[in-house]
Ligand binder design. Structure first.
Ligand code: PLP
Length: 405
C-alpha cells in the first residue's frame, strides 16, 4: 500500500474515544432514506408474501460443506483460531485467488479471514480512512458502504452511473470527481444493486487512473461467480501495477449460499492486512472456527452447487426480464449478480409508492431504489431468489395490481 498506515491506526483508536463519528460532520452526506425495518415489518404482516427483497440466496449450503463442519465438530477441531483465520483456510483462499482471479498472495501475510465480508468492509474502512478523506463510491450502491465510511469520518463522493451505460462505473466519471482529498475508490463488479459488470477495457482504464492519481482501490467481488451472456469477471488487483494498491473483499455468503456461517476475507498488502487483523482481534477475535472448516471445504471441494445456482439465476433472470419488460419497465443489460435494477417510471408512481402498492395489493415485496441512494426514486431492485413458478406468480400479481389502480 503506497501510504503509511501506522499513523492511521493510532488515529482510529484515539478518535474513537473522543469523537462522535455520527455527528454533524456527516449530515451533508448522501443518505439512503428508506427505513427498511418498517418496510420489512409490513412485509412480515403480509399474507402469502412473495419477497424479492433481501439478497440472501434461497439455496441451502451444499451437503459436503455441512459434512466438513460436522467432521470438525466430531474431531474436536473447534478451539480458537488465529485472528487472521485458520492457516488451512488462508491457504485455500490464496489457492482460489491464484486459480480463479490471477492474484498471487501470501497466505500468511496478505490474507485475513473476516466474520462475513460485511465485517471485512467495516474493518478495512476503519483501518484505511482518516476523517476528511474522500472515498469514491458508485451511485447507486450497497447501503453498508455509506455507514462504514461516515463512521470513520470519511466523506462519500458519489460517482454517477446511468442506464445508458448499463450502470457500469466509468473511468471518466471517476476522474471528474477526484480532488486533493480523494483517497480510495470503492468498486463493486458485478454490482449490488444494479447487476452491472464493468467491462475489462473500462476496468483497465480505471486501474490506470488509480495508479496515476495514487488511489487505493477497494474491490468488492462478492458476486463474481454470477455472470450472464458475454460478461466476464476480472479482479482489478490482478492488473499490472495494481496489487500494491488493491484491497480485494470477498466472502462465501453468496458464492456458496453460506450467509449464516459468516465467512468473508480480505486479500491486500501485508501492512494493511496486519492493521485489519489487529482491529479484528479487538472485536470478535476470529471468524467461528467451525465455519472456517466449512469454508475450506467450500473453496476446495466440488463446485456443482455453485454451477447449479448460476444456472438457476440465469433462467430466472430471463423470466424476470421478460415479465418486467411486458410491464413497460426498462433496465441496463444487467449481466451479473442476482438482481434486476429496473426503471419503473412508466407507472407514474415513484418506487416507494409502488413498493407499498405492490405490498398491499399484490403481496409482493420489492426494494425501492431509494434504499440504494436518494436519487433513485424511479428504480426498484428485484432479486432472483425465488423459484421459477413463484416468479411467474409474482409477475402476474404485480401486473394485475398495476392494472387495477
Ligand atoms: N457486499 C455486498 C455488495 C453485499 O451485497 C453484501 C450482502 O448483501 C455484503 C457485502 C455482505 O455479505 P456477507 O457479510 O454476508 O459476506
Amino acid at each position: 500500500m503506497s501510504r503509511p498506515r501506522r499513523q492511521k491506526r493510532a488515529k482510529v483508536m484515539a478518535e474513537s474515544r473522543t469523537v462522535d463519528r455520527t455527528s454533524d460532520r456527516t449530515t451533508e452526506q448522501p443518505r439512503n432514506e428508506v427505513d427498511i425495518f418498517t418496510l420489512q415489518a409490513l412485509a412480515n404482516e403480509t399474507p402469502d408474501l412473495i419477497s424479492f427483497g433481501l439478497g440472501d440466496p434461497d439455496s441451502t449450503t451444499a451437503p459436503h460443506i455441512i459434512e466438513a463442519a460436522q467432521r470438525a465438530i466430531d474431531e474436536g477441531r473447534i478451539g480458537p483460531a488465529p485472528s487472521r483465520g485458520l492457516p488451512e483456510l488462508r491457504q485455500a483462499i490464496a489457492n482460489k485467488l491464484q486459480r480463479e482471479n490471477n492474484l498471487i498472495v501470501d497466505p500468511d501475510s496478505e490474507v485475513v479471514v473476516t466474520t462475513g465480508s460485511q465485517e471485512g468492509l467495516f474493518l478495512l474502512v476503519q483501518s484505511l480512512i482518516d476523517p476528511g478523506d474522500e472515498v469514491l463510491v458508485p451511485d447507486p450502491r450497497y447501503p453498508a458502504y455509506d455507514k462504514a465510511i461516515t463512521l470513520a469520518g470519511g466523506k462519500i463522493v458519489l460517482v454517477p452511473t446511468s442506464e445508458e451505460n448499463d450502470f457500469a462505473l466509468r473511468a471518466a466519471d471517476i476522474e471528474a470527481k477526484l480532488t486533493e482529498r480523494s483517497k480510495a475508490l470503492l468498486l463493486i463488479t458485478p454490482s449490488n444493486p444494479t447487476a452491472a459488470v464493468i467491462p475489462p477495457d473500462e476496468l483497465q482504464r480505471i486501474a490506470e487512473l488509480a495508479i496515476e492519481r495514487d488511489l487505493i482501490v477497494i474491490s468488492d467481488e462478492i458476486y463474481e461467480y454470477f455472470l450472464y451472456e458475454d460478461a466476464r469477471h476480472v479482479s482489478i488487483g490482478s492488473l499490472p501495477g495494481m496489487k500494491e494498491r488493491t484491497i480485494t473483499l470477498n466472502g462465501l455468503s453468496k458464492s456458496h449460499a453460506m450467509t449464516g456461517w459468516r465467512v468473508g476475507y480480505i486479500a491486500a498488502p501485508a501492512e494493511f492486512v496486519a492493521a485489519v487483523s489487529s482491529l479484528k482481534a479487538m472485536g470478535n477475535i476470529h471468524a467461528p472456527t467451525v465455519s472456517q472448516w466449512a469454508a475450506v471445504a467450500a473453496l476446495e471441494g466440488p463446485q456443482d452447487a455453485v454451477n447449479e445456482m448460476r444456472a438457476n439465476y440465469a433462467r430466472r433472470r430471463r423470466l424476470m426480464m421478460d415479465g418486467l419488460k411486458e410491464m413497460g419497465f426498462t433496465f441496463g443489460s444487467s449481466k451479473g449478480a442476482f438482481y434486476i435494477w429496473a426503471n419503473i417510471s412508466s407507472t407514474g408512481m415513484d418506487a416507494m409508492q409502488l413498493c407499498y402498492h405492490w405490498l398491499r395489493e399484490a403481496g409482493v415485496m420489492v426494494f425501492p431504489g431509494s434504499r440504494f441512494g436518494e436519487r433513485w426514486k424511479d428504480y426498484m431492485r428485484f432479486t432472483l431468489l425465488q423459484p421459477d413458478d413463484v416468479i411467474l406468480q409474482a409477475l402476474e400479481r404485480m401486473d394485475n395490481a398495476l392494472a387495477s389502480r
